[in-house]
Design a protein around this ligand. Sequence first.
Ligand SMILES: [Zn+2]
Ligand SMILES: [Zn+2]
Length: 328
Amino acid sequence: MRAMILESARKPLRLDENKALPQPGKRQVQIRICACGVCRTDLHVVDGELMQPKLPLVPGHEIVGIVTVLGEKVANIRLGDRVGVPWLGWTCGKCAYCKSGRENLCAGARFTGYQIDGGYAEYTVADERFCFPIPAGFTDVEAAPLLCAGLIGYRALRLAGDAPRLGLYGFGAAAHIAIQVARYRGQRVYAFTKPADTAGQAFARELGAVWASGSDALPPEPLDAALIFAPAGELVPAALRATAKGGTVVCAGIHMTDIPSFPYNILWEERVVRSVANLTRSDGDEFLAIAAKIPVRTTTSPFPLSDANEALKQLRDGTIKGAAVLVP
Ligand SMILES: [Zn+2]
Ligand SMILES: [Zn+2]
């Protein structure tokens, strides 16, 4: 098969035209990949900001494909099923986190496109217990960004609580889905982009933001919660300043630059800063059901598999509208 391989951090991915097909082990399925989203986390892996990838590695954790081979003991998936494979690839099922509904924090967790080969390829294998059925209303390309951008955004929204006035910092793949869920829930959305990114602000307004501006601006009214999707630590004090008493600021990315020090009075009055890590399978089940019901419409920029480096570059430069998706 063809696959894009990360051999060492901070080097472009290499196209391997003749990689052996991965064979499914116990409880795994082999999947012919139809689409794989390009997530900012992939960029952090390729750029060496996340330190423990297996090498060489096939990145990619927003996989949509068709099941082509069943491994031993596969019980709940059939040949020909269309499935999605997310970032959470395996958990131990035995630790205190796994047993208390917090498998996203399992110390033994393994992640797709990081410790397990992922979806920048024509085929992959995945544990059937961590695959989701993809609702029929989505094409393969439309569905791919739901699997991380959508899912992590949903978890961040959920953990931000009931927030009538919601701020979204960074208006890329995750925010363009989160805004649709937030509006469906009746929240008023304020979008913040890089100050010069007027195209991003226009995109946010198109999707129903009541206000959009640079992240250096204060919104016309204080926020009840803010989700930060951009990996820039200086957005934490900026979001706190925009947030009302008792409000919550959620850092939704896996990596962020250092947060500058800030005066206690912008945290005072029960404001909360928290992060969101990974996902649980129940987040995925809930989110895919609600995404189909709304229905969420994803904006995508498809690239051929062999152009993965170009897709990553455009994501780094901030020039992609919505989500980049590789199509093998
Ligand atoms: Zn565990
Ligand atoms: Zn991701």
